[in-house]
Design a protein around this ligand. Structure first.
Ligand SMILES: Cc1cc2nc3c(=O)[nH]c(=O)nc-3n(C[C@H](O)[C@H](O)[C@H](O)COP(=O)(O)OP(=O)(O)OC[C@H]3O[C@@H](n4cnc5c(N)ncnc54)[C@H](O)[C@@H]3O)c2cc1C
Length: 380
């Protein structure tokens, strides 16, 4: 009944995203997933959904409530994890970095194109040798006259192979500060090679990036990015969206498995009539309900300006863990067919593994929560 508590506007967002997914994404996504290609043909329809930019209300942002933003993320993941990741990287990370850390001039310059999806963004923080400890990032920024010069390497950068604009996090050689630099796609010295052989979210493309003497004008450094804490602020603002996306995966798996066990029989009765199957369904539904309550609570606290980074981490940690259990249970209820792409749960099974690890691993989220509980940082 939680859906009934959505406002008319929030329900309209849900219905728009759901209809787009049913009409345009679901029919084609398994093929793209299998070929490990990104469905570029979806971008125009995506742009018309009015969800890019989330809560941003100026420069073309749709000004969604936190609940509406969350429901949009949930519906995308309920359909497919790859498009959900594309959206999370472009809207939740790249666009929000410009929105949170840009000056008014920088926001006016880049946000309208990003919100219209005319400018696709990427967010380059992770490095080959610095994932969870991105705070120790080694990519360097050096000032040379009227330019910043960037050198280094990034790994796992979503959308980087085709992005128009990449937010690159680098350390200012002179001050040691971590900053965010806007690097247009195709800038000389920038090389993005797709990572192949990935078993989850196969229709979203990540790249290994090499930056060698990449030059951008001075005003391409976002003025509000002065330390790693600013990167952490962007990540914390995006984490509730990841929690909603995990919920979307779990709902999808539950719905698919429920339909399956209702239609198939064994030992002379529907699978749904066996006690153990009902126990599995009841457990899945309880997990989903708990996840949803947490999401709604975080959304309402965000609307009231009261969400802390540790709360966002707790929601991401809890929901990714729960979704992983729900999706695995759904796969099991579908027997061998659960392993086939055409039955759709297998895709969610491997996609949720990605959710479990990205934007801060499960352990990293628990350390953020643990630091808040105890006052002791266990990171170093
Ligand atoms: C599909 C995909 C998409 C991605 N998209 C992007 C993107 O668009 N932009 C971007 O910047 N990055 C992206 N990433 C990177 C992602 O955020 C990192 O993979 C993640 O932060 C983990 O880093 P790592 O892979 O280097 O693992 P590691 O940091 O090496 O972690 C390995 C293990 O060690 C554990 N660990 C690490 N430190 C500690 C500690 N202090 N205490 C206890 N355990 C610890 C981890 O929890 C994990 O279990 C993406 C990754 C994937 C797989």
């Amino acid at each position: 009944m939680l859906d009934q508590e959505l406002s008319t506007g929030e329900r309209a967002v849900r219905d728009r995203v759901r209809a787009f997914c049913d009409r345009e994404v679901r029919p084609i996504i398994n093929e793209y997933w299998e070929r490990a290609e990104f469905p570029h043909e979806l971008l125009p329809g995506f742009a018309r959904l009015g969800i890019v930019g989330g809560s941003l209300s100026d420069h073309g942002g749709p000004g969604l409530s936190p609940r509406a933003s969350g429901v949009a993320a949930m519906e995308l993941a309920r359909c497919d994890g790859s498009i959900s990741t594309f959206f999370g990287v472009h809207s939740g990370l790249a666009t929000q970095t410009v929105a949170l850390l840009g000056t008014e001039a920088q926001r006016a310059r880049w946000l309208p194109g990003m919100c219209a999806l005319a400018t696709v963004g990427a967010f380059a923080l992770t490095e080959p040798e610095h994932g969870s400890d991105a705070i120790n990032l080694a990519t360097r920024a050096r000032r040379d006259g009227d330019e910043w010069v960037l050198d280094g390497a990034k790994r796992w950068i979503g959308n980087a192979t085709f992005a128009d604009l990449i937010v690159v996090w680098a350390r200012d050689e002179a001050t040691g500060e971590v900053g965010a630099f806007i690097v247009p796609g195709g800038t000389p010295g920038l090389d993005a090679t797709p990572i192949t052989g990935k078993v989850g979210k196969r229709a979203s493309i990540q790249a290994d990036m090499a930056l060698s003497d990449v030059r951008v004008p001075l005003d391409h450094r976002l003025e509000g990015g002065r330390s790693f804490a600013d990167a952490a602020r962007v990540l914390a603002s995006a984490r509730p969206g990841v929690a909603w996306a995990a919920l979307g995966h779990a709902i999808a798996a539950y719905e698919i498995a429920f339909s399956y066990v209702s239609g198939r029989s064994s030992f002379g009765r529907p699978l749904a009539g066996h006690q153990l199957v009902q126990e599995a369904l009841a457990t899945m539904l309880a997990e989903i309900t708990t996840m949803r309550l947490l999401c709604v609570r975080i959304a309402d606290l965000t609307a009231a300006g009261r969400t802390t980074p540790a709360m966002a981490s707790m929601a991401k940690m809890h929901n990714a863990r729960s979704a992983r259990r729900v999706v695995a249970a759904a796969r099991d209820l579908m027997g061998g067919n659960g392993l086939l792409l055409e039955y759709n749960v297998a895709r969610h099974l491997t996609d949720i593994e990605v959710t479990y690890t990205v934007e801060g691993t499960d352990f990293v989220q628990s350390l953020i929560v643990g630091r808040e509980i105890t006052g002791i940082s266990a990171f170093g």
